[in-house]
Design a protein around this ligand. Structure first.
Ligand SMILES: *[C@@H]1O[C@H](CO)[C@@H](O)[C@H](O)[C@H]1NC(C)=O
Ligand SMILES: *[C@@H]1O[C@H](CO)[C@@H](O)[C@H](O)[C@H]1NC(C)=O
Ligand SMILES: *[C@@H]1O[C@H](CO)[C@@H](O)[C@H](O)[C@H]1NC(C)=O
Ligand SMILES: CC(=O)N[C@H]1CO[C@H](CO)[C@@H](O)[C@@H]1O
Ligand code: SF4
Length: 442
């Protein structure tokens, strides 16, 4: 799911879209002119300048054609360590003739604070034979840093090249109150075709492996912990629909919350979905991590259009799945994201429908102001109207958050990557009843 839905990224998203509209398709990665690159830009395999005690060999990144099942790197036949849950990791270490205790020591070096090892040279204190075995049979890296850009609001965006040459992005967002969030991608592109989501226009290229997902969080900590403090939250709001890659996403979240490793609190790892019902059921059963669902509309007519996944799994089914799935969970609230679009879904009837829809679902609602500069067909709801909408929900007892539009938007959000060098997924026909409202807004 796109980050653009979330409060703190909404404002970042649209400028990028605006820019994309102005730039020719052939340009490779573009950024708003308002975003200066970090100086000096760190390219290639970076020895993060502030992690001085590491000696990181800047080996050239040779692209290999495929990534296989994400456990064994088909190019090198080595095991991708970051694609293994702790249990499998330990088994693998044992299968190579080493003790579980050594597995734990290695795990702590890969994921523990201040090490985040991603090469054999960073494994101080491990048994020599063990290190030798690892250098023969284990792969430490799934990603290669291509570029880092920093916005004036402190947000950092990292572009990664994958082993097959595709590019994904990860965003690190320092928030107030000492919490920093890393927004990770789960797929290259996305198949869900939400209207006006830039990633959606690319179509789906492939799933990310668990190692590729986990390593985004590891890199975020490794590169930026010194600058921004501890990175406490993970959101799956970059490129892709995480639940369409559920096997690898579940694996990645399990690795992220492991208490001897990255140790994110499950509550602070949020998987965001457009509403894939079967996978949603599985996620609620198999994971303790948080869930965000992009609602965006209060009836099927609108939702079928702006989020085509709704044609397969309609609102009633989606909400019923949540109602059932949350029953077995204690102290668990789903987060609903709702982007306010003038004349499309911001009426008082919508507010009332929303209240009915989420009744008896333990939830929080996030009202997101659509950015007026996006160059898309949609227009934002006025602040007054949003406040009224919010108040209506709050009066009915909903837990509701809201972020009004701001004028100082700076940076592109994650997910808005992928310059369409190829055929784009076409936009859907605007339903007749909304044509007037959209045309009037121009
Ligand atoms: C709806 O949700 C998607 C995904 O969450 C978001 O990117 C988009 O901006 C929202 N609005 C529309 C009109 O699709
Ligand atoms: C992505 O992963 C899911 C399982 O998590 C699988 O069903 C799906 O086919 C995969 N998609 C692609 C394009 O490989
Ligand atoms: C979720 O948390 C409960 C209670 O702490 C625990 O028993 C269960 O094993 C956890 N489930 C997963 C999938 O981590
Ligand atoms: C489908 C739907 O309820 N759309 C409504 C969204 O809000 C506008 C008013 O702001 C109505 O005109 C639409 O009918
Ligand atoms: S098209 Fe994909 S990435 Fe974009 S908002 Fe929809 S689910 Fe998210």
């Amino acid at each position: 799911m796109e980050l653009s839905r979330s409060v703190w990224m909404r404002r970042l998203w649209s400028n990028h879209l605006l820019l994309l509209n102005k730039v020719t398709a052939a340009t490779t990665p573009i950024y708003s002119p308002t975003i200066p690159p970090l100086s000096p830009p760190r390219l290639g395999f970076p020895a993060s300048s502030n992690r001085r005690r590491h000696s990181i060999s800047a080996a050239a990144h040779t692209p290999i054609p495929t990534v296989g099942n994400g456990i064994v790197d088909v190019g090198s036949k080595k095991v991708l360590l970051k694609g293994l849950r702790y249990g499998d990791f330990e088994k693998w270490v044992q299968s190579q003739g080493f003790r579980p205790g050594q597995a734990l020591m290695l795990w702590k070096r890969l994921y523990g604070n201040d090490i985040w090892a991603h090469s054999i040279d960073e494994l101080e204190g491990l048994n020599k034979d063990f290190v030798k075995m690892l250098s023969d049979h284990a792969d430490f890296r799934a990603l290669c840093v291509k570029d880092i850009v920093k916005a004036s609001d402190g947000t950092r965006k990292i572009l990664f090249t994958l082993k097959d040459g595709l590019v994904i992005e990860t965003v690190v967002i320092p928030c107030d109150r000492g919490r920093t969030t890393v927004c990770v991608s789960s797929q290259v592109g996305c198949a869900m075709n939400c209207q006006f989501c830039y990633t959606g226009r690319m179509g789906l290229k492939r799933n990310l492996t668990a190692a590729e997902i986990v390593e985004q969080a590891v890199f975020a900590r490794r590169l930026f912990s010194d600058e921004v403090g501890s990175i406490t939250n993970v959101v799956f709001m970059g490129m892709g629909e995480p639940l369409q890659n559920i096997d690898n996403v579940l694996k990645a979240t399990d690795i992220m919350v492991h208490d001897q490793g990255l140790h994110f609190s499950p509550r602070r790892v949020t998987v965001s979905t457009s509403g894939l019902v079967p996978q949603l059921k599985r996620f609620l059963r198999e994971s303790n991590c948080s869930l965000a669902v992009s609602l965006n509309a209060t009836n099927d007519e609108v939702r079928n259009w702006i989020m085509p996944v709704n044609r397969k799994y309609n609102l009633a089914l989606l909400l019923d799945t949540l109602r059932q799935g949350l029953r077995s969970k204690r102290n668990y609230k789903v987060l609903f994201e709702y982007v306010m679009l003038a004349g499309i879904n911001d009426s008082m009837e919508d507010a009332k429908r929303l209240i009915d829809l989420v009744q008896d679902i333990p939830c929080k609602i996030n009202l997101i102001s659509f950015n007026p500069h996006s160059g898309s067909l949609f227009r934002p709801t006025s602040d007054e109207k949003m406040i009224e909408f919010r108040n209506t929900l709050a009066a009915a007892g909903c837990v509701v958050f809201m972020r009004l539009s701001r004028g100082d938007d700076q940076m592109a959000a994650c997910g808005q990557l992928g310059i369409p060098d190829e055929i784009q997924v076409p936009l859907l026909r605007v339903p007749a009843q909304f044509r007037t409202v959209l045309e009037a807004s121009f």
